[in-house]
Every structure is written in C-alpha cells, then in structure tokens.
Design a protein around this ligand. Structure first.
Ligand code: PBG
Length: 326
C-alpha cells in the first residue's frame, strides 16, 4: 500500500500522538556531567570559551553535584587543575591532589547516591601538557602505563567509582585493571576512552583545563578521524583488556562510529559530547541564531539514537522539564 491509503501525517497530527510515537528518549540519568575542580581559585571562575561553565573550588563541586542531582543526573566526571605542574605530572597521583580531595568530599556528602567518575590522564598535570611521560621529545607509552596505574589506585583510594583513562596509550586498560586489582580495588570500574579522535572540538576544553600541549600535538596517540576500522579495533582491544564501559569521543562528527560500535559490541557505550560541540550551541544561542533548548534536545536524542547508552555532556546541568519535548 502507498499514498493515498498510507498517510504518514495521520500519526503526527497532535502533540500527544507525536509524543506517543517518540521511540528514543533521553533520561537525565543517561547523562554524565563533567566538572572542573581548580586548586588555584577562591570561587567559581567562569571559562570564557564555555559560556555558563566555570572552574570550581572543592565546595563549589559539592554544590554543583547537588544541583545536577536535583535534576536527576546521577554521575559526574572530574577533571583537576593542580596548583603545580611538573614533568611527570606527580600531582595526578598525590593523595592530597585536588581531584582526590574532590572525590573524597563528594563521597562524604553523597555516598552511593552519586556516581563519581574521574578522568585519568596526565595532560592537566604535566608542565609540557602531553598525556604521558615525555622522554627525548616522545610520549613514552610503557613508562606512562606505570604512572596511569598509580593514578588509578590513588583515585580509587579516594573513593572513585569509575576511572576513565583518556590518554590513548596502548595497553592502558590492562595496566590499570591490573594495578587496581593488585591494590584490592576489583570493584572499581574502567570507562575507557577507546576511540578518541584527535579533534579540533577539544579546543575550549584545553582552555578550561589549561592542558594544551606546549610542543607538538596529540596525533601520535589520538586517532585520525578518517578511519572506522581503526576505531573498532581500538574498542575491541579495550574490551579484551577488561574495559567495563567503552567511549567514543567526540560525538557529533562520529555518530557513524557510535552506530558501528553499537552493532558490534554489547558493552555499555558512552559518547562524549565535547566542549567544542557545547560551545558552538551556546555561541549561536547567545547570538539568537538557534533555539538553545531545542538544539540540546535534538543533539542528545541524536546521540542516543545512534546507539549511545550514556552521554557525557556539559549540557547535563542545563536539563529541565523541556527534555524530550519536540
Ligand atoms: C584529556 C582530555 C581532553 C578531553 C577530555 N580529556 C582533552 C584532550 O585530549 O586534548 C576533551 C574534552 C572536551 O573537549 O570536552 N586527555
């Protein structure tokens, strides 16, 4: 049968019918809210390139977590800005490091009500801004793995529920799993940034976290974006190394990768709706060029429709009753 017997518009006639026909919806509990905790600030410090977003003190982090939990969001992903950076990024695994303190404060306040996830990387902690240990101008893979293991244990000791390695070193998931298990943290989960592409859309984040590499770029460890098979191979390796959750990052220019991963793997899939994707929407909305809430709905629904179970997004703190209304 076809037109005129078939009329697709029949089921689009009223708002109630349209809502009934919506298959993909976004729950606040699908969202993970990134938070920047900064040891150098006395109060919220707005991030110029990310309108509406700030770097926070530890007590600011607790307030922010309370705010998003009030909206039904259940998880945060912490990034730290230490007072001092050095060659080896030692503040990343100092028990008194800023992220460790923030984890502790969140767990003390909210216990198991909040899922505390931590970015596990060196770039915010190293003076050179690379995600690993640099020797003779190269990012040394295996020397970095040892340090990642130390960071993981330190974050788990502070109370992290999930650690999220984002450095794209080979073997990082296996090394972190082994370090956690050896230290008795067999219940700490690993959310692997498995297919992380070298992307210009991280620009605002590097401002926010002050972690742009001082020399060179990240292309020797992050993936080139013209390659689906390579992304699936990265994911497969992480699955075999023991990842609990796999991630694709960024989200919007990579919806096909999310879909390919969905049809290949049965682990939970997270998409990272990154800083540049956030700031583009905010900037256009500020100019009055797009409807911000409608854009957020369409973007988050699109990412879920592609196959993501969870979305890390700076919009998590903006969600309201308008979520899912088309
Ligand atoms: C650190 C890290 C980055 C992001 C998350 N973890 C930056 C980078 O790889 O340069 C980007 C997040 C965003 O843009 O929202 N390794």
């Amino acid at each position: 049968m076809s037109y005129p017997q078939v009329r697709m518009r029949r089921l689009r006639r009223t708002p109630a019918m349209r809502s009934m026909m919506q298959r993909v919806t976004v729950r606040p509990s699908d969202l993970i809210c990134p938070i920047f905790v900064d040891e150098n600030v006395k109060g919220a410090a707005p991030i110029e390139s990310m309108p509406g977003y700030s770097r926070l003190t530890i007590s600011g982090v607790v307030d922010e977590a309370r705010n998003i939990m009030g909206k039904g969001v259940k998880a945060v992903l912490l990034f730290g800005l230490p007072r001092v950076k050095d060659e080896k990024g030692s503040q990343a695994y100092a028990p008194s490091g800023v992220v460790q303190k923030a984890i502790f404060a969140l767990k003390k306040e909210f216990g198991d009500e909040l899922v505390v996830m931590t970015d596990l990387c060196l770039c915010e902690y190293t003076s050179h801004g690379h995600c690993g240990i640099v020797e003779k101008n190269e990012v040394e893979n295996d020397a970095t793995l040892e340090v990642y293991g130390k960071i993981a244990v330190c974050q788990a000791q502070a109370g992290a529920d999930v650690v999220a390695p984002s450095g794209m070193m080979d073997g990082q998931v296996e090394a972190i799993r082994a370090a956690l298990d050896d230290a008795g943290f067999d219940q700490t989960a690993i959310m692997a940034y498995s297919a992380k592409f070298a992307s210009c859309f991280y620009g605002p984040f590097r401002d926010a976290a002050e972690c742009a590499p001082q020399v060179g770029d990240r292309k020797s460890y992050q993936m080139g974006y013209g390659n689906t098979e390579g992304a699936l191979r990265e994911i497969e390796l992480d699955v075999n190394e023991g990842a609990d959750i796999i991630m694709i990052k960024p989200a919007l220019a990579y919806l096909d990768i999310i879909q390919a991963a969905r049809s290949t793997f049965n682990l939970p899939i997270v998409a990272y709706n990154v800083s540049g994707e956030y700031s583009m929407v905010k900037a256009a909305a500020q100019k009055g060029w797009i409807d911000e809430k409608a854009a957020i709905n369409e973007i988050l629904t699109g990412i879920k429709r592609a196959g993501a179970d969870l979305i890390i997004t700076y919009f998590a703190r903006d969600v309201g009753a308008w979520l899912n209304q088309q």
